[in-house]
Design a binder for this molecule. Structure first.
Ligand SMILES: C[S@@+](CC[C@H](N)C(=O)[O-])C[C@H]1O[C@@H](n2cnc3c(N)ncnc32)[C@H](O)[C@@H]1O
Length: 197
């Protein structure tokens, strides 16, 4: 397990979100603000294979799974095994686990099997990229995993990620073969929609 980096020292913008604060990620207020159901409705189709990188305790994963339906699948990937455990404990009683594959990432790589290359229809990285040590590599991996025409949506909080930093990561994503379709806002957060060439 990655140690809780808040222990004994102040958090910095690029610290990994500690599982002890997972309650901040899956709650009613956040559901009301972010409407993850509408995000899923907008980008996910029945039967899709969806990748949720940095899924945390499954706040967005839940809606992606409902949207893919019985014929689809969601790969819920996170660095911290404890987050994946929390996701399982929440989504199992909701009957959603049969359509979810959990995957433990390494800090420097998503590390999914090459068998999945070109099979992902939609990838999400929600409030995650600023925690990843090598975003350029993350984007290259996502680009490789996406099917041609596949969508990548990512969002970052402006308090942690200034506009210049977001622009820099966007340039890395484009370098990885993802074409920018829309730069916008997701509630008050910076957001971008990119498409695999
Ligand atoms: C702020 S939380 C967001 C969780 C979820 N996307 C949400 O918005 O509810 C960031 C998550 O990214 C994960 N994470 C951090 N670095 C990562 C990496 N290199 N690879 C995969 N996941 C990572 C953390 O473990 C944490 O669960």
């Amino acid at each position: 397990m990655v140690p809780d980096q808040t222990h004994g020292k102040p958090r910095t913008p690029h610290d990994v979100h500690p599982p002890s604060r997972s309650g901040e990620l899956d709650n009613r207020l956040r559901r009301f603000i972010y409407r993850p159901d509408l995000l899923a409705e907008r980008y996910v189709r029945r039967g899709d294979c969806v990748l949720d990188v940095g899924c945390g305790p499954g706040f967005f994963t839940r809606e992606f799974v409902k949207a893919v339906g019985d014929g689809g699948e969601v790969i819920a990937a996170d660095l911290q095994e404890e987050m994946l455990g929390l996701l399982r404990s929440k989504l199992e009683p909701e009957g959603l686990m049969p359509r979810i594959r959990t995957h433990r990432c390494r800090p420097d790589s998503i590390g999914l099997s090459p068998d999945l290359n070109g099979t992902v229809n939609v990838a999400f990285a929600l409030f995650v990229v600023h925690e990843v040590p090598d975003p350029a590599r993350l984007f290259r991996e996502i680009s490789t995993l996406l099917a041609p025409g596949g969508i990548f949506f990512y969002s970052e909080p402006p308090v942690l990620v200034p506009g210049k930093e977001f622009s820099d990561t966007l340039a890395m994503a484009e370098e990885a073969g993802l074409r920018l379709e829309e730069r916008s806002w997701y509630f008050v957060n910076r957001a971008a929609v990119l498409r695999k060439e």
